[in-house]
Design a protein around this ligand. Structure first.
Ligand code: HSE
Length: 310
């Protein structure tokens, strides 16, 4: 019987332009490192081995909430010691809370002999995400569990997730250090959508899916455009229009708001281009005098996985 496992759980992009609340993409890095160890006493103890001062109370910590949801589906009484090392800065717009929640349930599943399906792990991790953001959504959780490119086709009446491979891509993400809560970023969204815009949007959703499946980078670039959500969020994200202009000039395929922002992502054909695009994104926020971080990394083919076990 396994006693302890170490898991890496990746950063993810959600929405991918046109696919609000539906599309997700796993990155290979950065990732959170999760160590989960069985203990004899029931319950969950949490330690953070990083400097972000996140809550360690299991009912307030996203990974703790996810683990509690999983434990409710386990008949035997058991307890865990959870150690989290955040490689993904909280609030960075690349699925930080989803990574911790997913890492914890993937680790627990390994300790329990892999009795749960990936779809069940998404359900458990979503409880953690809901605690963090106040809304049930799986667009960061799904790629963190399955890897590659994911489509959350439905949450109700049953979770329906399609996991697809992604072609080789490099991602550049800039995270301007401005506070933008997901709840505020959702508040500005339109309640109704004109049919003409909806048609253009779902044409892009189909185009982007086809582009990923056929590795047609030009089609991906054309199809990323978001006619519904981005225009509403544009005033909340200074520098977005200029960031896109400079990124495209530096060779990016295309991009948009990462999740609910304020981060901006750009997809690229190569590492070299992604680095140049990262520099182009940086130049915008340096000129605006807004502090920022930049991540450059390849798309991840796998979701959270066990690195070592004992
Ligand atoms: N799909 C969600 C949104 C992602 O755009 O609000 C939140 O991280």
């Amino acid at each position: 019987m396994l006693h302890s496992v170490l898991v890496h759980s990746p950063a993810t992009l959600s929405n991918l332009g046109c696919g609000f609340d539906v599309f997700g993409l796993a990155l290979a890095a950065p990732y959170d490192t999760i160590r989960l160890t069985r203990r004899t006493a029931p319950g969950i103890s949490i330690r953070h081995l990083d400097a972000y001062h996140l809550p360690t109370d299991p009912v307030r910590n996203v990974a703790g909430v996810a683990l509690r949801a999983l434990l409710q589906a386990v008949p035997e009484e058991m307890g865990f010691d959870l150690e989290i090392t955040k490689g993904i800065k909280p609030g960075s717009g690349v699925g930080s809370s989803a990574a911790s929640a997913v890492g914890a349930v993937v680790a627990a599943n390994a300790l329990l002999g892999n009795r749960f399906t990936k779809m069940q792990l998404v359900e458990f991790a979503m409880e953690g995400e809901a605690a963090a953001s106040g809304a049930r959504h799986a667009d960061n959780i799904a790629p963190a569990v399955f890897g590659g490119f994911t489509v959350v086709r439905a949450l109700e009446p049953a979770l329906d997730i399609i996991a697809l491979p992604a072609p080789p891509l490099w991602v550049a993400v800039v995270h301007p250090q401005i506070e933008l809560k997901t709840s505020d970023s959702r508040q500005v969204l339109p309640v109704t959508v004109p049919l003409g815009l909806a048609v253009r949007q779902w044409a892009n959703v189909a185009g982007l899916t086809a582009g990923f499946l056929t590795a047609d980078y030009d089609l991906i670039g054309r199809s990323l455009a978001d006619y519904i959500v981005e225009p509403a969020r544009l005033p909340l994200i200074p520098g977005l229009a200029e960031a896109r202009t400079r990124a495209l000039a530096a060779g990016a395929i295309g991009g948009g708001i990462s999740g609910s922002g304020p981060s901006i992502f750009m997809l690229n054909r190569s590492e070299e281009t992604a680095q140049a695009v990262g520099a182009a994104l940086s130049s915008v926020f340096a000129e605006l005098d807004i502090e920022f971080n930049v991540y450059v990394g390849p798309v991840g083919t796998k979701g959270a996985y066990v690195v070592s076990e004992e």
